[in-house]
Design a protein around this ligand. Structure first.
Ligand code: NI
Length: 181
């Protein structure tokens, strides 16, 4: 089932997100719905708070980027209760967008690699290192679990310049090719 996506200004995007405790049918259904919703919106990542569910869960599929980076083919993953415990000192910029901020793209500075513990869709534990664009998307989605959106990470000047644009989202002043809320 395709779910409507919460847009900037929605309290769900700022609320606390609880840990998930078991691979129940509800969790499985939510994961399936999140993948369906992400594909319908042509996104590469989607976090549960973006579909109005305040739990620590996000999904990623980087296959659309495999043309540029062949190793990303089949990078389709579910991350439950993730914990980033190491971030590289080296940082880089990348032009990010977000399904909750339709049409907005900005260069965001982040660590270039991370180490993270997480559970997969079967709640099996993993410990992995991610770099490049995978690290980028994972950190963006992880931020959603902390109530953070990418514009929070821009310079104060850039945020000031975007003030009007951001204020427009809750008023419905945006265009999205997918269902929003
Ligand atoms: Ni996002």
């Amino acid at each position: 089932m395709i779910l409507p996506i919460e847009v900037y200004g929605s309290p769900t995007l700022r609320a606390a997100n609880g840990e998930m405790d078991a691979p129940c049918p509800e969790a499985r259904k939510l994961i399936d719905d999140m993948f369906a919703t992400m594909y319908a919106a042509e996104g590469v990542g989607l976090a549960a708070p973006q579909v109005g569910r305040n739990v620590r869960l996000f999904v990623v599929d980087l296959t659309p980027w495999a043309d540029d980076e062949p190793e990303l083919a089949g990078f389709r993953r579910t991350f439950v209760n993730p914990e980033i415990y190491e971030r590289s000192e080296e940082e880089g910029f990348y032009n990010e967008g977000c399904l909750s901020l339709p049409g907005l793209h900005e260069d965001v500075r982040r660590p270039v690699s991370i180490r993270m513990r997480y559970l997969d869709e079967n709640f099996a534990p993993h410990d992995g290192e991610f770099a490049g664009r995978a690290a980028r998307v994972i950190q963006h989605e992880y931020d959603h679990l902390e109530g953070v959106v990418f514009t929070d990470r821009l310079s104060p000047l850039r945020r000031t310049l975007l003030k009007g644009r951001l204020a427009g989202f809750p008023k419905g002043k945006y265009k999205a090719a997918y269902r929003t809320k």
